[in-house]
Design a protein around this ligand. Sequence first.
Ligand code: MLT
Length: 264
Amino acid sequence: MQHVRAGDIELAVSTQGDQGHPLLLVHGFPLDHTIWQPQIDFFVDHCRVIAPDLRGFGQSGVTTGALTMEQMADDLAALLDALEVTDKVVFCGLSMGGYIGWQFWRKYRDRVLAIIMCDTRAIADTPEAASGRKKLAATTLKDGSSAAAEIMLPKMFASATWNEQPELVERVRAMMQRNPPAGIAAALEGMAIRPDARELLATIDVPALVVVGEEDSISTVDEMREIAGAIPDAGWVAVPKAGHLAVVENPAVVNEAIAEFITL
Ligand code: MLT
């Protein structure tokens, strides 16, 4: 891991591989860059793989107050500057990483070669969902990161993953529990106020790939099909035996789809 100053924050980032397109892997909530290990291992020989821990997560610095999706998009642009990445990137976001991706596209589209959106949403939170996030933020600050892990973990996996990959479930639980409560709370506050991104979809004039686990209960197949339909040039893959974390539940299918998309 490298530790890089990006604007006002120090970010930890895994950078591996030195050929092909830069592939920017942006993790979800409340995870860290290691959720992408199957993709890092697969693409290291073909791409310059850049997998940061976002502000507030993993080994990166933490700030308090609502951490907006725009702020995290700004952090990524500053990170690319710090790493002297001048080529356009393939932006690959998972869930919250996708929320950040819409903002990255809005502000930094000249840095984007292509977009991969995995198990994410374009709509904003309902008032009920936003209020649930604020409550969970308060609970996490009071009781620790396990409180957030216990709420989030049950929503992450397909039934096959629970039955057949218990070690993966435990790895993700530990990843969630390792994150600092202040970082988790800040991201919850930020997601609660994230803007509706649907009007941006029609403006995406680079190739896009939409990836969804067939059993995703957070960003459902129907909702992601609408996202794919609204982006002018979007490919689509529904991943069997996978829920919200398709990238680790069934990485062979996801990696093959991404590899074909970026034509290795
Ligand atoms: C994620 O995986 O990033 C979260 O499920 C996003 C969310 O809670 O909306």
